[in-house]
Design a protein around this ligand. Structure first.
Ligand SMILES: [Zn+2]
Length: 361
């Protein structure tokens, strides 16, 4: 069974697995009772913690005999308000079995709306992600752009889904210890390092940044700070920053040479991505030990691509898929029952952070 789990299931294989799981359950109530079996310490009253409960088989609520209160048994878990218990139980069983399958295929096979399947799986993978802890490597989300090709609510209008990353590259510049000004100075210093012409003599020497250091490259910093991933025209820049054309032209040339900005059609300019982000250098080091190719293969084979917004949950999906010892039978059920509730609103407002957790084993 486990050897077959190494590849993404096709529809027939998925159907077969679902039928096998369904075969273990006779009534709808059985799925819920199976779920209850994984509640850590058994079903308890939410008010007094008593396990002395009165309930019928398959009930979602129970009467606590000592305190007389009605307790909702899945309250404050991811299962709260879930009506399609069978579908959730089957999905968790499939994931605990090390299966991988596309969301659309599962939707068809288990008879659930595609959007509901998608939300359910993201919630499950988000829960898996929260368990990564010290096992994970923290790496820059930009490393994962090769598999980002799906749009999300965060994708800027008329832009490729990867454009979501630009926002984070800008944030990266604001990180403590590596100020945006410092990045500009370093990058500009870099272009003059090997210049031996007389011209270089006029370039301020020493690029140390300190309180007493002269404000090197003030114009370049102003322009760079003003620019973003959205193109800005030359005239608009000149007007907004109150630079004359010659001044602006020289400034833009320096920034361009330093690889900090790039011209786009219509005499407009954007910030260059990646080069400016100090965290890229850090994650390059991490990459020496971390092989992302298996993750890329997993995503391409199973999901055909992801959005940047939900990168972190899919890193969780990958971990669940490969670490069969950690995510064995019952492990995901228990994690779900312990994790705080994730509402659809929570999911919609979730955005993978700049630095994401990645577990390769
Ligand atoms: Zn009670």
């Amino acid at each position: 069974m486990n050897s077959a789990a190494k590849h993404s299931l096709n529809k027939e294989e998925l159907r077969e697995r679902v039928e096998k799981i369904d075969f273990l359950f006779t009534h709808d109530a059985d799925y819920l009772e199976y779920l209850y079996g994984f509640v850590p310490g058994g079903l308890k009253c939410k008010f007094c913690e008593s396990t002395n409960l009165s309930k019928e088989y398959g009930d979602r609520t129970a009467l606590c005999l000592p305190c007389g209160k009605i307790t909702h048994l899945t309250a404050s878990t991811v299962f709260h308000g879930v009506r399609m218990v069978r579908e959730w139980v089957i999905t968790i069983c499939l994931l605990e079995d090390g299966s991988s399958f596309s969301e659309s295929m599962l939707a068809e096979v288990i008879g659930m709306a595609r959007s509901s399947v998608s939300a359910m799986m993201k919630k499950l993978f988000l829960i898996v992600s929260t368990h990564m802890g010290e096992k994970s490597v923290v790496t820059n989300s930009a490393e994962f752009l090769p598999v980002v090709c799906k749009r999300s609510l965060e994708t800027p209008a008329k832009k490729h889904p990867r454009a979501e990353q630009i926002v984070f590259d800008e944030l990266a510049c604001g990180e403590p210890g590596e100020s945006i000004e410092g990045i500009v100075e370093k990058a500009i210093a870099g272009i003059f390092q090997n210049v031996t012409t007389n011209e270089s003599a006029t370039i301020p020497q020493g690029t140390t940044v300190g309180d007493n250091a002269p404000d090197l490259w003030a114009n370049e910093k102003k322009v760079f700070l003003f620019l973003s991933g959205d193109p800005v025209g030359f005239d608009s820049l000149s007007h907004s920053l109150n630079f004359n054309a010659a001044e602006l032209s020289a400034t833009l040339t320096t920034l361009e040479l330093a690889g900090l900005i790039e011209p786009v059609a219509g005499n407009r300019f954007v910030r260059r991505r990646f080069i400016l982000s100090p965290t890229i250098a850090r994650s390059d080091q991490a990459n020496a030990q971390v092989d992302l190719v298996p993750f890329f293969d997993f995503i391409r084979n199973t999901y055909h691509g992801i959005s940047r917004k939900y990168l972190q949950p899919y890193l969780g999906a990958f971990w669940c898929f490969i670490d069969r010892k950690r995510w064995t039978v019952g492990a995901l059920f228990r994690a779900c029952l312990k994790a705080p509730r994730i509402t659809n609103t929570d999911l919609l407002s979730f955005v993978s952070p700049l630095m994401v957790h990645f577990c390769s084993k």
